[in-house]
Ligand binder design. Structure first.
Ligand SMILES: [Zn+2]
Length: 351
């Protein structure tokens, strides 16, 4: 580009406008969405001569007139006319049927009861904010496993390896991940810029989205970009959560973009895993799933959820886990007591 710019400057008179014009067109292609002013454009394209600058300004006013650019004070803004149409008329169902994790042991069969009322419109974003080792990846793998035969699925992982994933897959034998000798889902190694590779209409799982310290405010924007790329499917994004905070990294910035926002906590002293519904935007019926908490265990080498049950704040210690200096007897110091248990019926859900 720079050489061409120099060439353009050497050619005065006839042809200069055409050359400057071509340079600017190329520049705009590369800088879609950017905002710039005359000086920046001249600097970037190394347009130094007075004649060439005059031609460049002519071209810019032409582009404003043609509504390729809009001008705001001294700044030029590229008008983004990319449109993603939503083919609503082709959609067979209002909601996408998404199966959430459950125990697949015949003598357990428990599942997260909020699944009965939670609904997922096309384009839904599910955020899983979990502390380390509280089951984020287990949850992502289970969502993949239980939906991969009904939805095209892609699993973006930032920390698995082929052998590690295969070990999990061999234990998760309640589903066959192959069809005609090929895996039914895609496993992709990815660390950033997920919005560039999201597959529209698919189940996209991101395990997990890393946000640097001090950059938490960016998460809302990042989640928006990711979500916008999948208006017809469902996107699941796992993020990190600090143990002593209620919400995950980016807090409300991440919550506002989500249709379903779940947190995962682990009380190591009492070996109690917890899943809390911080937000469920779409639900039907009388049972409001918002702010419900579930206890569970992770069994089978980190592959399966079991003993899933609703948890209630302990009525004796009001959730503190202690009475004076002693552990609360009623809840064994956990602060929680067991509530309702939802079980799959034998011939209800197809595994
Ligand atoms: Zn208690």
């Amino acid at each position: 580009v720079k050489n061409e710019a120099r060439m353009a400057e050497k050619t005065y008179g006839e042809g200069l406008f055409a050359k400057v014009s071509a340079l600017i067109d190329e520049y705009l292609d590369l800088h879609r969405g950017d905002t710039f002013n005359d000086d920046k454009l001249f600097r970037d394209l190394e347009i130094t001569s007075r004649d060439a600058r005059k031609e460049a300004q002519k071209k810019l006013s032409y582009l404003v007139k043609e509504q390729v650019l809009k001008k705001d004070k001294n700044a030029y803004i590229y008008i983004n006319r990319d449109i993603t149409y939503i083919p609503w008329y082709n959609c067979k169902e209002d909601y996408i049927k998404l199966v959430l994790p459950s125990s697949h042991h015949p003598d357990d069969l428990t599942y997260f009861g909020f699944e009965d009322v939670a609904k997922f419109s096309p384009g839904s974003l599910i955020v899983i904010a979990g502390v380390s080792n509280a089951g984020k990846s287990t949850l992502c793998r289970n969502i993949l496993w239980d939906n991969m035969h009904t939805m095209k699925s892609v699993y973006f992982s930032s920390e698995t390896t082929g052998p590690a994933f295969k070990r999990y897959a061999q234990v998760m034998n309640w589903q066959d991940p192959f069809k005609d000798g090929k895996p039914v889902f895609e496993l992709v190694e990815r660390y950033r810029d997920y919005e560039d590779v999201i597959r529209n209409g698919w189940l996209n799982l991101i395990d997990w989205l890393d946000i640097e310290d001090g950059e938490f405010f960016k998460i809302g924007n990042t989640l928006s970009m990711i979500k916008e790329k999948n208006p017809l499917g469902i996107t699941v994004v796992a993020i990190q959560k600090d143990a002593n905070k209620e919400l995950g990294r980016g807090a409300s910035f991440s919550k506002e973009k989500a249709s379903l926002y779940m947190t995962l906590d682990y009380d190591k002293d009492h070996e109690l895993y917890r899943l809390t519904i911080e937000k469920c935007k779409e639900w039907v019926g009388a049972f409001d799933p918002n702010h419900k908490t579930y206890g569970f265990q992770i069994t089978e080498a980190g592959t399966q959820f079991s003993n899933i049950r609703e948890l209630k704040k302990c009525p004796e210690c009001h959730g503190y886990g202690s009475r004076g200096k002693n552990d609360c007897m009623r809840c064994n110091g956990t602060g929680w007591t067991d509530g309702y248990v939802s079980k799959r019926v034998e011939n209800g859900i197809e595994f």
